[in-house]
Design a binder for this molecule. Structure first.
Ligand code: TXE
Length: 502
């Protein structure tokens, strides 16, 4: 099956506005639905990473970007947003083809990308410091938010353009300069977005990009002594490596890591809307989503009927070519990840759980060249089962029943992760009480996998450190600097004055 709709492409690094060829072996990307070659990227070794960090360092220490007025930074970011807006279809196709995500889903993400850049522009324009004017006679102070310096932005493969947009425009709005490392599987949209940033007039040295593998390029970049702040999205395991390197170098870090969100459905909810959202939350992006509603908790009194309806709606999903407008579910990112996800499906079959739909790899005609897994629902799952506890990152939903709110909260929090959870109820008191008790950076009430650029996003527990996007996202790239000004004389304890000389 061919789903490729763009020409194969070959990219180098972008350092100080110049294409720089690889100092290591090049990397090949194949369409995960067909195996066709779609892109070839450079692979940065130490030399390329040094060049990129040096370019960002110069642009920060001596260049115009950190010194521009907020209004000027905002204007250039708005121009960047407008160029990305014009390229949305192209960028959506690149992400669709390299991730294997349905084109309709990729298009929605590109709208989000533009919205983030526009929002960050508004923050650049309106960011302000603080002032203390009642400290003492003749003593005032103000604090400004100063950019941290060179920001390393490490992006995963599941939402390549969107996750980049959750970092890059906020870092730029703050006045930082950047080195981007996209995923080795999905680098094209990042390369093309960096070109658009330069075309918009953002200084070349403020936005640099190196492509390459995690343990080489990523590790070199995130532990680089000239990087001041690392913003990383990826697995919890890699996040720990990034955190220990940053601990050694004493850099600021933001980590957005794995998740295992609970989607809690109370019996008094609008069950029709909740059923649609349960399917959407579990299977969006083939389940390769850190906030996917992978654990469906349903109140026992409505569980049989509700879960049967969720399964019925899941069977209507169309699995197929990401380029097909009607496709809901594409292939997984690569063969190794397919094996990992199928390992969890096998673990589910071997437990006491029952796959009421799906539960296998799909190799029908048209799907045989790709990494397709049927949307799968396991019922009768025990909370101790691996499929309930671990992040699968595939189209596998685990269902557990609960009796009351206490039970739901206990199950919801019974995970090492704490990125997002959702709950469905028509009772406002339940909504407030349960959302307060679920331990996660985000709780959705009567919605799921939702958001807006103004709303900070991030996790507790093993889901990470810090918040991205919104005003808090901008502040991840700044630190406050306090200026204390005394305009009168201050009584000092010494030197002691014994006589008339001043
Ligand atoms: O992630 P990695 P992987 C989870 C999900 C998935 C699993 C593995 O469960 O199945 O992680 O995915 C770069 N130093 N998430 O292996 O390795 C890497 O090149 C610095 C959840 O692809 O964490 C890529 O750019 N960087 C997550 C990025 O880190 C390193 C999204 C993510 O890769 C590095 C993705 C290193 N030592 C996976 N090693 C989410 N939160 O949405 C790798 N990288």
């Amino acid at each position: 099956m061919s789903s490729t709709t763009t020409e194969p492409r070959r990219y180098d690094h972008l350092i100080d506005g110049t294409s720089v060829p690889s100092d290591a072996d090049r990397l090949i990307r194949r369409d995960p639905s067909s195996g066709q070659l779609v892109a070839e990227y450079a692979h940065a070794g130490q030399g390329d990473v040094d060049l990129a960090v040096a370019a960002a360092r110069r642009a920060f220490d001596d260049g115009p970007w950190p010194r521009l007025s907020g209004a000027d930074r905002a204007r250039l970011l708005r121009r960047f947003a407008s160029l990305v807006d014009g390229a949305r279809e192209r960028l959506a196709r690149l992400d669709s083809e390299e991730v294997g995500k349905p084109i309709s889903i990729a298009r929605g993400e590109l709208q989000g990308v533009v919205a983030h850049i526009e929002y960050a522009a508004s923050l650049a324009h309106t960011e302000r410091g603080d002032a203390w004017t009642t400290l003492d006679t003749d003593f005032v102070a103000y604090a400004s938010q100063v950019p941290l310096g060179v920001a390393a932005l490490v992006v995963p493969w599941n939402f390549p353009a969107l996750i980049l947009a959750q970092k890059l425009p906020y870092a730029l709005a703050a006045g930082c300069t950047t080195v981007i490392k996209p995923s080795e599987f999905t680098s094209s949209s990042a390369v093309e977005m960096v070109r658009l940033a330069h075309e918009a007039g953002i200084p070349a040295g403020a936005v640099n990009l190196v492509t390459g593998l995690g343990p080489t390029t990523g590790q070199t970049l995130t532990s680089h002594p000239d990087v001041d702040v690392v913003s990383f999205t990826g697995s919890t395991q890699t996040g720990r490596l990034v955190a220990s390197a940053a601990g050694h170098n004493l850099k600021r870090i933001g980590l957005e890591l794995g998740g295992k969100a609970a989607n809690v459905v109370f019996a008094d909810a609008d069950l029709d809307r909740a059923a649609d959202a349960a399917v959407y939350a579990a299977f969006i992006n083939q389940g390769e989503c850190c906030v996917s509603g992978a654990r469906l908790l349903v109140q026992r009194s409505v569980a049989d009927e509700f879960v049967a309806e969720v399964a019925r709606r899941t069977r209507t999903l169309r699995v197929g070519s990401p380029a097909d407008e009607a496709t809901d579910i594409g292939p997984l990112i690569h063969g190794e990840h397919l094996e990992r996800v199928l390992g969890y499906v096998t673990a589910g079959h071997e437990s006491d759980a029952t796959a009421i739909t799906g539960g296998e790899r799909l190799t029908d005609d048209g799907l045989d060249d790709g990494w397709f897994v049927a949307p799968t629902i396991f019922t009768g799952v025990a909370p101790t089962d691996r499929i309930f506890q671990e992040e699968i990152f595939g189209p596998v939903l685990s269902v557990v029943e609960f009796d009351d709110a206490d039970d739901a909260v206990r199950l919801g929090n019974d995970t090492v992760y704490g990125l997002a959870n959702a709950l469905w109820t028509s009772d406002i008191a339940t909504a407030h009480r349960v959302s307060a008790r679920l331990r996660s950076g985000t709780v959705w009430v009567n919605t799921n996998v939702d958001g807006a650029p103004a709303l900070a996003f991030g996790g507790t527990k093993d889901s990470g450190i810090g918040r991205e996007v919104g005003h808090e996202g901008l502040r991840e790239f700044t630190e406050s600097k306090t200026i204390q000004i005394r305009s009168g004389n201050r009584q000092l304890p010494f030197p002691r004055r014994t006589g008339g000389t001043a």
